[in-house]
Structures are given as structure tokens and as C-alpha cells.
Write a protein that binds this ligand. Structure first.
Ligand SMILES: [Zn+2]
Ligand SMILES: [Zn+2]
Length: 299
């Protein structure tokens, strides 16, 4: 009963509750009222896909989009050209009315025109009185060199037109970089896995390595192991934030031959017999460590 007493007082106290209603209607009507005032245009977002190379070197791409523009026929007024907006008779164009209740005087949104202050009797034929029309636009988007996947570009003022003289929104471009078949990006460095034959790995070779700037030669020394990394200085990406240029890391992948002929198999067997364990230093040390491990466990 204690709570119902409070509710009764709130509802039945005449003028007092009226003021509250005024305040609340004004408060909650705030959103509706803002629709009638100059309003900033919406931001637009676009996902732009570029190739690995385009992101590396930078690219300029045209982007086509549909956006709301100020109606050129009525200049955004909403009234048919040659006619004008009729001022609201209740608020005389102010959009606000002063409501008095006892000692209080509160400015409220005009209920007749919803704050706009005027009416359109003859709506513009192009925009149906809204003041904006949907227009196709082409925008040149500049993707900077070194742009990474997920980079967001902001193009100020290229969003939708504002309403009733409000400012334009912005245009955001989210850059998506397509993965490359040969290169992987790590910061400003480019990683590339380059396969070589076990013969090249054993004897050493001069191999051709792809880089963003074209083919480059790399000297692989004799006895190169699988997974060895070589650095090609300055063959990476230009730093998007201006920290110089990255490197390319070449990861060597020693390939095991497949589909051998009988003759080739015989040659390899001969090779294995003639060489023994001495030519495989990693295997040798591995076997020794494993042997020590097992003999240690038995003790
Ligand atoms: Zn119009
Ligand atoms: Zn009004």
C-alpha cells in the first residue's frame, strides 16, 4: 500500500503532474524534434578489396556508390520550385511554443509542425518533399602504399548529404587485402617459402626468388638445411607509417623427390651405401642423443 500511495499522489496532483508530462514529453520528444532540425548526413561504409601488390605499392580505385544528395530541383527545401513553405500558424515558424503551468514556463516542440516551423503544400516532384534524392556517385579512393588488411580510411565529407542544411557525413573505406599465393605478410616484412631440390640443398645453388619488385637471385650455400631463412634487405613493404621499408624473408623448403624411376632409386641406394651416416650431421647427433636418453633410463 505504501507504493500505491506514492503512485496516487503522482497521478492525482493536477497541475504538478501536468508539468511532469510537459517535461517528459519534451524530453522524450527530443529525438523527434531533432529530426526536424538541421541534421548531419549519415556516414557511409564501403569494403574495398585490393590485391597484395596493390596494397604493397598503393593504388587509386574508383568506388561506385548510391548516396543521398541534396535535391537539386528544390535545393533541399522540399517545396516545388516557385512555391514556398507555409509557416506554421501555431508557432509562427519558431518550431517551439511556450507552455505555462503555474509559475513554470516551458518551451516545447510545436505539436502542429513537430518543430519544423513550416509546411510544404506543394512537395517537390523530384524528392517528394524530403529534400534529398538518391544519386549514384563515383569516388576515387586512394589506398596508401603499405596498407594492411583491415585498414580503415576516412574520406571526410563524402558521406550522405545533410538534411535542412546539416553537414555531410563521412565516407569510410575498409581495406581488405586478398591473400597472395606466394607471399605472406608479417608487419612490413614479406615471407616467401621457396622450394629447392635436395641436390641443390646439398651442393649449393643460385636460385631465382620472387620478390615484390620482381625476380631476385639468392645464393644457397652447400649443405643448406630445410627451414633455413635468408633475408633479402629492403625487398619488403614500404611502411605505411613511414618507418622505412621491410625485408623479404626466404624460407627454404627442401623438397623430397617423388615418382623416382628404378634407375634413380638404384643411384640413391648407391649414394646411401657410399655415404653412410657421416653426411647427415643432424641425424647423427639426434641418434646419439636418443641413445643417451635410452641408456640413461635403463640405469
Ligand atoms: Zn526536391
Ligand atoms: Zn509549429
Amino acid at each position: 500500500m505504501s507504493s500505491s500511495g506514492f503512485q496516487g499522489g503522482f497521478g492525482s496532483s493536477g497541475g504538478f503532474s501536468d508539468i511532469f508530462e510537459d517535461i517528459f514529453s519534451d524530453f522524450f520528444g527530443g529525438a523527434a524534434r531533432s529530426h526536424e532540425r538541421p541534421q548531419r548526413g549519415s556516414d557511409l561504409r564501403y569494403e574495398l578489396e585490393v590485391s597484395f601488390e596493390e596494397a604493397a605499392f598503393g593504388v587509386e580505385k574508383p568506388v561506385e556508390l548510391e548516396r543521398e544528395e541534396t535535391c537539386s530541383n528544390c535545393k533541399g527545401e522540399g517545396a516545388r520550385p516557385g512555391t514556398s513553405r507555409r509557416p506554421c500558424a501555431v508557432c509562427h515558424g519558431a518550431g517551439q511554443v511556450l507552455a505555462s503551468s503555474g509559475f513554470f514556463s516551458i518551451s516545447r516542440t510545436c505539436h502542429k509542425c513537430h518543430g519544423r516551423g513550416s509546411f510544404v503544400d506543394h512537395p517537390c516532384g523530384s524528392c517528394a518533399g524530403t529534400g534529398r534524392t538518391l544519386v549514384e556517385r563515383k569516388i576515387q579512393v586512394k589506398v596508401p602504399a603499405g596498407a594492411d588488411n583491415g585498414l580503415r580510411l576516412r574520406i571526410s565529407g563524402e558521406g550522405e548529404a545533410g538534411l535542412r542544411g546539416g553537414p555531410r557525413g563521412d565516407f569510410y573505406v575498409d581495406v581488405r587485402v586478398r591473400p597472395h599465393e606466394l607471399f605472406l605478410r608479417e608487419g612490413d616484412n614479406v615471407l616467401c617459402r621457396v622450394p629447392i631440390s635436395f641436390v641443390q640443398a646439398a651442393l649449393g645453388a643460385e636460385i631465382e626468388v620472387p620478390t615484390l619488385a620482381g625476380a631476385s637471385t639468392l645464393k644457397v650455400p652447400p649443405g643448406t638445411q630445410n627451414g633455413r631463412t635468408f633475408k633479402l634487405k629492403g625487398k619488403g613493404l614500404a611502411s605505411f607509417r613511414g618507418h622505412g621499408i621491410g625485408d623479404e624473408e626466404v624460407h627454404i623448403l627442401v623438397e623430397t623427390p617423388t615418382h623416382l624411376t628404378d634407375e634413380q632409386k638404384d643411384l640413391l641406394k648407391q649414394f646411401a651405401e657410399s655415404s653412410g651416416d657421416k653426411v647427415n650431421p643432424i641425424s647423427q647427433s639426434f641418434v646419439e642423443k636418443a641413445r643417451q636418453l635410452f641408456s640413461g633410463k635403463k640405469e
